[in-house]
Design a protein around this ligand. Structure first.
Ligand SMILES: NC(=O)c1ccc[n+]([C@@H]2O[C@H](COP(=O)([O-])OP(=O)(O)OC[C@H]3O[C@@H](n4cnc5c(N)ncnc54)[C@H](OP(=O)(O)O)[C@@H]3O)[C@@H](O)[C@H]2O)c1
Length: 301
């Protein structure tokens, strides 16, 4: 086992947690990214390489000497940027380059319930990449997180921000569709654990608590001390309001597909928890920070 691991997007959201955890255990870190960023306090030194999507040989060269590749690369939504089809093509190229470079283990961060027949291109693409990884022959682990929380997470922080700033929060539909949030630190630990297993595995990364969406919003509002009224609204009306919120925040707050996926319980799975941290504990410990700032996906891009 070599001592260098590669984390794609080491300055990104999950990538940062992963690289910190790995560095704490003595690993050296290389990354692929299109956005090298300043090192923050607590960040390890990272050997930065570009995503060479137009040069497979350069991509392979960037992966030589890597023991484990932790792949966080994916595209949340397409408009104005990389499309999901490009994301799939690039991910296939990354798998091929890792195989050619002799990477020992490929740990792939996917998502719960990837599905080639989904209405949602994000989930279809995720399923396609998982299949490509299984067919590649490289030793691999596929980790499928639900919605992530902790630090600069987008969903929990932005629910917090909305309930802090608006007197009313519109719950789409009956609000009884469920989520099973998972801490990003736990996801990082799980990825590192399965990196050391000998067999190919696929595992959900799910926390111990399950929430109906309206209960989740209520829990966030209570934790941050917001006196925001939750009202039910038809999903179609909420979808019409989202672009208005987008104008206010300068971001794509939630896409129509994300709303539909949320209501179809794409971020909920049954079964035993694979990660220990409770969202309610996180909210209690970080009540002053949750939602204090809006977390903009577009600004990050
Ligand atoms: N965040 C969640 O709640 C959540 C929940 C379930 C699953 N996941 C999965 O976890 C993985 C990591 O998510 P994350 O939120 O940590 O992602 P992220 O930090 O925003 O990005 C991860 C990597 O993907 C690249 N990337 C992201 N969006 C891109 C775009 N539009 N065009 C080109 N490159 C893009 C980033 O490039 P740069 O390095 O150049 O910035 C980075 O290398 C993804 O596979 C995601 O599907 C996330």
């Amino acid at each position: 086992m070599g001592d260098i691991d590669l984390v794609t997007g080491a300055f990104g959201y999950t990538g940062r947690y992963l690289s910190r955890r790995l560095a704490d255990s003595g690993r050296r870190i290389r990354t692929l990214t299109a956005h090298p960023r300043p090192i923050l306090p607590g960040d390890p030194q990272v050997d930065v390489h570009p995503y060479s999507w137009d040069d497979p040989d350069a991509l392979t060269a960037s992966l030589r000497g890597i023991d484990t590749l932790y792949n966080t690369y994916w595209v949340r939504y397409a408009p104005g940027g990389t499309t999901h089809a490009q994301g799939v093509r690039n991910s296939r190229m990354l798998i091929a380059a890792a195989t050619a470079a002799g990477v020992r283990r490929f740990v792939h961060v996917s998502i719960t319930k990837p599905d080639r027949t989904s209405f949602y291109e994000y989930y279809r693409g995720k399923a396609e990449i998982e299949d490509a990884l299984r067919a590649s022959g490289i030793s691999h682990a596929i980790v499928r997180p639900t919605v992530l929380f902790g630090g600069d997470d987008i969903l929990i922080n932005n629910i917090g921000w909305l309930v802090r700033h608006f007197p009313v929060f519109a719950i789409p539909g009956d609000g009884r569709y469920r989520l099973r949030p998972v801490a990003t630190t736990d996801l990082a630990d799980l990825c590192i654990r399965v990196a050391g297993e000998p067999d190919d595995v696929t595992v959900d990364a799910v926390g111990p608590e399950s929430f109906a969406f309206e209960d989740l919003v209520a829990a966030v509002a209570e934790a941050v001390g917001a006196r925001c009224r939750l009202v039910h609204a038809p999903p179609g009306l909420v979808a019409l309001m989202l672009p208005v919120l987008g104008l206010l925040t300068g971001d794509v707050v939630l896409t129509r597909d994300e709303l539909r996926g949320l209501m179809a319980e794409y971020v909920h799975v049954d079964g035993a928890a694979t990660c220990p941290t409770r969202l309610t504990d996180h909210l209690a410990e970080h009540a002053t920070e949750v939602g204090a700032r809006y977390q903009s996906e577009l600004a990050r891009r």
